[in-house]
Design a binder for this molecule. Structure first.
Ligand code: NAP
Length: 278
């Protein structure tokens, strides 16, 4: 069993981005918009700022109060859309309840949509003509590639069908010729379906959800979950202790998928700049 080192892989992605920016002498800006006082969002935004610094990307942070109206936020998005110094726009989710997330995402210029959440970019993912890949699934593909595992022809099972993880994850595996099954809360015989997987991706949001009886010997297991256990400790969706011995490769939580998401955001911001320079 090998543990996939997400920190190391993410570091190499960030170095790749940093080196390309330096070599080409690019001036790149990322707007990070945060509304309200969500503590987890604050931590994510700070980590994104640090990654920007490392890569040589200027981050422009807009911290708006909890009571910000949708109209005010849309106005800021429009300003960022028009600002030539800003190549990527990230609106940290979740947003307070008075703001419709979908409306905000659809206002972001698709060429600056570094999260790849805009319908235009989602559509491009479906047809395999990407400008950007959504950060978490793209990071997972990097992790799978880092193991030398060939996806083509493999049984790939994704648990979870959210728009930000499960669905695009399935598409990326399909684009690499995996035989893909996407499971969800209505899936029958889930353990049996999971046992077919050569590559199993868990994006459920429930601690200890994937148990050893759901995993085939030698499988590659990717744990996307970010949960807190009873002691408040960060943990994934996979019962790591009992599942790991069965795997050829497995990601830990923390230190697996998490660091990749930010690294891929840096990569997308570089892509956005290149796209806008064409
Ligand atoms: P989500 O929108 O809540 O989706 C969860 C999915 O799991 C849903 O499709 C749901 O099915 C499915 N599910 C729930 N209970 C199930 C069950 N008993 N059997 C089978 N499927 C079940 O969550 P998400 O946004 O995709 O995130 C998933 C996890 O990944 C969370 O822990 C989140 O914090 C984490 N995450 C981590 C990163 C990272 O950077 N590491 C990034 C994003 C998310 P239905 O559709 O039928 O309800």
């Amino acid at each position: 069993m090998n543990i996939i080192d997400g920190k190391a892989v993410s570091q190499s992605v960030k170095e790749r981005v940093r080196d390309e920016i330096a070599e080409k002498g690019l001036k790149i800006g990322l707007a990070v918009i945060i509304v309200g006082n969500n503590q987890a969002s604050r931590v994510y935004v700070n980590n994104k700022k640090k990654a920007c610094e490392f890569c040589g990307i200027t981050s422009y942070e807009y911290a708006l109060p909890e009571e910000t109206t949708e109209e005010q936020l849309l106005e800021l998005v429009e300003t960022c859309n028009a600002d030539k110094n800003i190549n990527g726009i990230l609106v940290q989710l979740p947003l307070p309840s008075q703001i419709n997330e979908k409306t905000v995402i659809e206002h972001i210029d698709p060429n600056k949509d570094v999260d790849a959440f805009h319908a235009v970019n989602v559509g491009k993912i479906m047809i395999g003509e990407y400008s950007f890949l959504p950060c978490t699934p793209a990071g997972i593909m990097e992790l799978i590639h880092s193991t030398g595992t060939e996806v083509s022809g493999k049984e790939c099972v994704v648990i979870g069908r959210s728009n930000i993880v499960g669905k695009p994850m399935g598409m990326l595996l399909l684009h690499e010729n995996g035989t893909v099954t996407i499971c969800h809360s209505k899936t029958k015989n889930l353990a049996e379906v999971c046992r077919r997987a050569d590559i199993l991706v868990a994006a459920v949001g429930k601690a200890g959800f994937v148990t050893s009886d759901m995993v085939k010997d030698g499988a590659v297991v990717i744990d996307v979950g970010m949960n807190r256990n009873a002691d408040g400790k960060l943990c994934g969706d996979v019962d790591f202790e009992n599942v790991a011995p069965k795997c050829s490769y497995i990601t830990p939580v923390p230190g697996g998928v998490g660091p990749m998401t930010i690294a891929m955001l840096m990569e997308n911001t570089l892509r956005a700049k290149m796209l806008q320079t064409l």
